[in-house]
Write a protein that binds this ligand. Structure first.
Ligand SMILES: Nc1ncnc2c1ncn2[C@@H]1O[C@H](COP(=O)(O)OP(=O)(O)OP(=O)(O)O)[C@@H](O)[C@H]1O
Ligand SMILES: Cc1cn([C@H]2C[C@H](O)[C@@H](COP(=O)(O)O)O2)c(=O)[nH]c1=O
Length: 205
């Protein structure tokens, strides 16, 4: 049987990475084979594109196209083979991030991305997407407290992240059968319990 595809989304610092392993563990405890990955990235070539995307200044459309180039590679080399082999893929970001960041944040035209999506992953959407929703001011505090040198996206202003957040919420409203919004302004333990319940309810019952 084909595997299921779960994605995690949200503004930088919302707490996705903290929770992804918990979902992977929940699945493994049920004897499900799990592939944990991320975008941009997930393969040697896509990780090289990630380095450029996170650290090299570029035209906004170059950024958008490189996101999809990295995705194409990731789908071909990892996501599609894993799903076809019955493994479940748990991925930190996917195409919803492009709509949120490049359309919502950068202001590029959504219709162009519908065409790219149709080209790069026709007929494939995640089975479940968890959007971690958090006030950009709180997220910025978390990113700063983590103490890592900020990348090109993390250096964006508060209003950029407010637009990204609002684009995620709009997408969630338009696709409630796939996207669940998680209030990320709670303790990691409370969030973990909620997302485990969502995964069980939506995909394991
Ligand atoms: N619920 C929470 N409450 C307070 N701090 C949190 C919470 N979840 C995560 N953090 C902390 O916030 C920081 C960012 O968390 P994390 O790396 O999980 O976010 P992220 O959404 O994956 O961010 P990015 O997209 O930038 O990688 C980390 O230092 C983490 O320990
Ligand atoms: C897939 C994707 C990602 N981004 C941005 C969002 C983040 O700022 C970085 C990835 O870093 P993370 O800490 O691993 O989340 O890339 C984007 O702008 N568009 C996309 O499609």
């Amino acid at each position: 049987m084909r595997g299921r595809f779960i994605t995690f989304e949200g503004i930088d610092g919302a707490g996705k990475s903290t929770q992804i392993e918990a979902v992977a563990e929940l699945l493994r405890a049920r004897a499900i084979d799990v592939e944990r990955t991320r975008e941009p990235g997930g393969t040697p070539l896509a990780e090289r594109l990630r380095e450029l995307l996170l650290h090299q200044a570029m035209h906004l459309e170059t950024e958008a196209l490189l996101m999809f180039a990295a995705r194409r590679e990731h789908l071909a080399a990892r996501i599609e083979p894993a799903l076809a082999a019955g493994r479940w893929v748990v991925c930190d970001r996917f195409s919803d991030a492009t709509y949120a960041y490049q359309v919502g944040g950068r202001g590029l035209i959504a219709a162009k991305f519908a065409a790219l999506e149709q080209w790069v992953h026709p007929g494939l959407q995640p089975d479940l997407t968890l959007v971690f929703d958090l006030d950009p001011a709180i997220a910025a505090t978390r990113v700063a407290a983590a103490g890592d040198a900020p990348d090109r996206f993390e250096r964006e202003q508060r209003d950029f992240f407010a637009r990204v957040r609002s684009a995620y919420l709009q997408r969630a409203k338009a696709a409630p059968q796939r996207i669940v919004v998680v209030d990320a302004d709670r303790t990691p333990e409370v969030i973990r319990a909620e997302i485990e319940a969502i995964v069980v309810e939506r995909l394991l019952r």
